[in-house]
Write a protein that binds this ligand. Sequence first.
Ligand code: NOJ
Ligand code: NOJ
Length: 435
Amino acid sequence: MVGTFFTAILFAASAFASPSAGDWLSAESEIAIAHIVKNISPADASPGAVVAAQSRVSPNYYYHWVRDAGLVMDMVVDRYRNSKSPQERYILLGKLEEYLVFSEGLQNVRTIGGLGEPKFNVDGSAYNEPWGRPQNDGPALRALSFIHWAQVLISENHGDFVRQRLYDGKAASRSVIKRDLEFVSHHWRDSSFDLWEEVEGDHFYTRMVQRRALVEGASLALTLGDAGAAAWYTGQAQEIEKDLLHFWDEKRGYITVTRNRLAGVDYKNSLLDTAVILALLHGSLGDNFLRFSDYRVQATLEALQRSFAQIYPINQRAGVPGIAIGRYPEDLYGGSDFENGNPWPLCTLAIAEAYFRVAAEAGRSERAQFWIEQGDAMVSRVKYHAHANGSLSEQMDRHSGFMKSAEDLTWNYASVLSTQAARIKAVQSLRIKKK
Ligand code: NOJ
Ligand code: NOJ
């Protein structure tokens, strides 16, 4: 059943001639959810494993990364919440339940990196080869995906299930959210590897998502009567907030990605990185802390585009909208070599999504219209390099623009869905008068 429901969507996809950015994004969202469903619990993996991609060689992404899975399942929760199709909701709920069982297992596996272990074999066993570990954004992102599901469950009167399986409120907790929050609240000061798995130090990305997990976790804890924990999580989140402001570098004129580097890649001299924008997208609480229209965020967005516009030959072609964006200017990772970094769809979409968020902050105004157009240009850029059937690989070759590295990277499709959600919000807020 899963097969037919979603493959029909994948086949119908190529019919679009030259849709606008908005139309392409909506069509692409249907393709995205179909690919996501395909990459959760594939046939030869344990149920609930989310493969980073189906690719098993050059590169081998056939593993469950805690970060990728958290980001992807968060979008599954979102889709589940908003879907009007009982059939789709049934399928997505099944995937969520499997992800829960799989994640419970992972928290109990003995690993080299402890709870911050970044990736697992698809049968749920530990991956014990050398790797950049721990990566402490993982538990925060995993917690966020389950917190969001818990919110939906509570609103649908399934609080008992939440108390039993997701947040039991016990000091020596056996439930996924609480275990991750205990870890995050006691270990956020620890250095770890960054989301790109390359640099050990203190990272803006990691701390932004840790803060959000603690704040939203505190609110869930309070709902469930765990007031002491709620106060502790809130206090730690406030400490993180202070720390996060130190990443703003007045001289360079942007928010830097890492402080106190200890080991790993040593050629990231600019400290300019799209991870900062991803941090805001995945970690923002919609409060007044580093809003998308904040001058520091704006300056970072500009610095990134200026840099990538110069570095990548495909950004010098005339007549192509937007700018193809990569991870960071000094990047060398090509998927299976270290010769040349490339632009990534998920990084390019991150800039689009950030612009849609700026537009939503601006409300009903000409400025908002302007920012939506900026976002659309970035979406059109991804559309330009995407396969005609909507398939997106991890990278786009910096010279030819062709899709490169892991095909159908699952995270790409999560970023399509979050970009689409942000665009819808931005367009809606154009219609609402600001008070
Ligand atoms: C694979 C990926 O995680 C990539 O981000 C990284 O550059 C290489 N491993 C090298 O650590
Ligand atoms: C390499 C990326 O750098 C990292 O962020 C990601 O988690 C893995 N690939 C798996 O997609």
